[in-house]
Design a protein around this ligand. Structure first.
Ligand code: UDP
Length: 478
């Protein structure tokens, strides 16, 4: 590997999963392409999903020469992982084992990086970098409201007994919008299990980094950003400077032959007429819910593209480590005849689609999404309203924010206290978002958000300036 001695060098490290890799990678590319940096991007290869492997293999040809991919050797996790482990516990154990040789990997880089940028689940790197005298920066890839909550969590943990979900009132995060207990992220819903242990461990180290990048922008989350900058609580815990540099979304993606066919089909559809349906890199619904969703889509008679996955009655994140590869024959679990009846109405995609290309197409009119943070940003950047269908992690919080605070999304209701959204309700929200005046209003809000995001990223905009501040610091400090 050839590295220029003059160009400033920064290293990146993300936990597995496209939701975290994508924004870190976009930041890395920006440093190389717009700011003259060289970057070493360290990739955890253990148990990588097909989507992740495909991303690094297929895009390698297009990487700029100063962006170096360094694969961390895979480790055998079979003595450590058990099938009943939840997704965050599994992920954190993979990271912990994979990072054991981190010090040597950094020492073997052709020249010493000025900084290491990590995502929230790689905080083991903080001690390693302290030994090597390298500054560590965190890239928080979810909302700033969740960042604020996460910074507050150690205090909440100290001051409160019992479960947070049992609190009678919403949680008042200092300076931010209150979070309803039912919207709390899954990892903090049971303080006695490993999911909580891992989340707590990583967020409790947030204040020991030199700075935190946030995938947001000033005009989008002003309240939470102001709180982090000015509220007494965050000062008292010595919150590092927060740099809102977003929205950083995937700029280009792997477009397979199948994706090309989908885009060609979209070319033939009317403007804003198609609903795109996808649940992120790992989201799955139950078999009962999948049937209702299928009927709801069919009954709406609206055009659709649906990334459909095998249902799971055990976990809403069942596909996290297999996204893009799982065996999948929709005819087994979709209603009988669905495929035949909807042939003219829409397209089923198995497991994985070129989401950004689809969202960016003029015929796409709305996005039914699990409200992962990247998907939410991708929708906003393309001015699309959403049907919010949160499944796990912090997605309920995102859905509430998008629907109630920003008026960008409709939230289908679960009726009769059941845990399933019925077909009639699904039909209604799809019609509303694609065909009604309410849909037009939501689209206008989404368009306004798109303009606001463009402004933030353009020359002199808030996100542009926040990144420049960091870039200049890295360029001038030895
Ligand atoms: N994604 C995609 N095709 C799919 C499903 C997901 O390209 O069929 C991408 C999507 O564009 C986004 C990422 O995977 O960039 C998912 O990230 P998000 O934060 O929305 O959800 P997560 O996967 O972390 O739950």
């Amino acid at each position: 590997m050839e590295m220029s001695m003059e160009k400033p060098h920064v290293a990146f490290l993300s936990s597995p999963g496209m939701g975290h890799i994508t924004p870190l990678f976009e930041l890395a590319k920006r440093l190389v392409l717009h700011h003259g940096f060289q970057v070493s991007f360290l990739v955890i290869t253990t148990e990588a999903s097909a989507a992740q492997t495909e991303f690094f293999v297929s895009s390698t040809n297009d990487f700029p020469p100063d962006l170096h991919i360094i694969n961390i050797p895979p480790v055998d996790m079979s003595p450590i992982l058990t099938p009943d482990m939840f997704v965050l516990t599994t992920l954190c154990l993979i990271v912990q084992e994979s990072l054991k040789p981190l010090k040597n990997i950094i020492l073997e880089l052709p020249n010493r990086p000025k900084a290491l940028v990590i995502d929230i689940f790689c905080t083991q790197a903080i001690d390693v970098c302290r030994d090597l005298d390298i500054g560590v920066y965190s890239f928080f890839t979810a909302s700033t409201l969740l960042l604020a909550f996460s910074l507050y969590l150690p205090t909440l943990d100290r001051e409160m007994e019992g479960e947070y979900v049992d609190l009678p009132e919403p949680i008042q995060v200092p300076g931010c919008s209150p979070i309803r207990t039912q919207d709390l992220l899954d990892m903090v819903k049971n303080r006695k299990i490993d999911e909580y242990y891992w989340y707590f461990l990583h967020v409790s180290r947030l204040c020991s980094v030199s700075g935190i990048f946030a995938n947001t922008w000033d005009d989008f989350e002003p309240k939470s950003l102001k709180a982090l900058r000015e509220n007494e609580f965050y000062r008292s815990i010595q919150t590092p400077p927060v740099y809102p540099i977003g929205p950083l979304i995937k700029q280009e993606e792997v477009v397979t032959k199948q994706d090309a066919q989908i885009l060609a089909w979209l070319d033939d559809q009317p403007l804003n007429s198609v609903l795109f349906i996808a649940f992120g890199s790992g989201g799955t619904v139950t078999s009962e819910q999948l049937i209702e969703l299928a009927y709801g889509i069919e009954m709406s008679k609206q055009k659709f593209i649906w990334v459909v996955r095998k249902p799971s009655d055990a976990s809403a994140s069942a596909s996290f480590f297999s996204s893009g590869s799982e065996e999948n024959d929709p005819s087994i679990y979709l209603p009988k005849g669905f495929f035949e009846r909807t042939q003219k109405q829409g397209i089923l995609v198995s497991s994985w689609a070129a989401q950004v290309a689809i969202l960016g197409h003029k015929s796409t009119g709305a996005f039914l999404s699990h409200c992962g943070w990247n998907s939410s940003l991708e929708s906003m950047v393309h001015g699309l309203p959403m049907i919010a269908w949160p499944l796990y992690a912090e997605q309920r919080q995102n859905a509430t924010m998008l629907a109630e605070e920003f008026g960008l999304a409709l939230k289908p209701e679960v009726v009769n206290g059941k845990n399933v959204i019925g077909r009639k309700e699904i039909e209604n929200v799809i019609r509303l978002i694609i065909e009604s005046d309410e849909g037009v209003k939501l689209r206008e809000m989404a368009r306004a958000m798109m303009e606001s995001s463009k402004k933030a990223l353009s020359d002199g905009g808030s996100s542009f300036n926040a990144l420049n501040t960091m870039v200049n610091m890295w360029k001038t400090h030895e």
